[in-house]
Write a protein that binds this ligand. Structure first.
Ligand SMILES: [Zn+2]
Length: 190
């Protein structure tokens, strides 16, 4: 309920009209474990937003354990590559090594952008789960969605890169984080 109110407010603020952004239903392939871990990425996303960053979170999961977590940090570091997924994979490959990442699943609060999709491939990951779709997040965050927007499944399919993708999952909760962040940013401008 709390999230829904925020979502409606965010949608109103971002679109400048009473056009509601309705969260998409969960991907039925998602598991209870996916729910728990995506909820954690939303916590990381909120932490990122509260520090003035982009409001995204990601983690790596393997054999029942979280290997590493990362909250996006582009503003606080001044480094445009510090998205949740790229920051996480840069840190993971440096500290754990690529061998340790083999067979790991990436969990991310939002469907990865092009830079992050490329990094997933470079890291040799073959599975990820995302919370909100990127297009919906754009709408709530007041950013236009181009007509020929490419979704992650299509990108990997075109690349011929085998990967298991699940999502969206609990999109309403994730969009609420983005809406809240957008409302805070707008208030700071005014
Ligand atoms: Zn990204």
């Amino acid at each position: 309920m709390f999230f829904n109110r925020f979502l409606a407010l965010g949608a109103l603020l971002s679109l400048g009209a009473a056009q509601a952004v309705v969260p998409l239903p969960d991907d039925p392939a998602c598991t209870a474990e996916d729910r728990r871990l995506i909820a954690r990425t939303y916590e990381l996303a909120r932490e990122s937003a509260l520090k003035g960053n982009g409001g995204h979170g990601a983690l790596l999961y393997k054999n029942g354990k979280i290997l590493l977590e990362f909250a996006s940090a582009t503003q606080s570091t001044g480094d445009v590559t510090q998205h949740a997924e790229t920051g996480l994979l840069a840190l993971a490959s440096r500290t754990l090594g690529l061998e340790a990442l083999a067979g790991a699943t990436l969990y991310t609060s939002e469907e990865p952008c092009m830079m992050c999709m490329g990094t997933v491939r470079a890291a040799g990951l073959h599975a990820f789960v995302y919370g909100t779709t990127s297009a919906q997040s754009h709408r709530v965050g007041g950013r236009p969605v181009p007509e020929r927007w490419l979704e992650c499944r299509e990108v990997y399919e075109r690349l011929g890169y085998p990967i298991t993708i699940r999502g969206p999952l609990m999109e309403g909760d994730g969009l609420a984080v983005i809406a809240e962040h957008h409302a805070r940013t707008q208030a700071a401008i005014k």
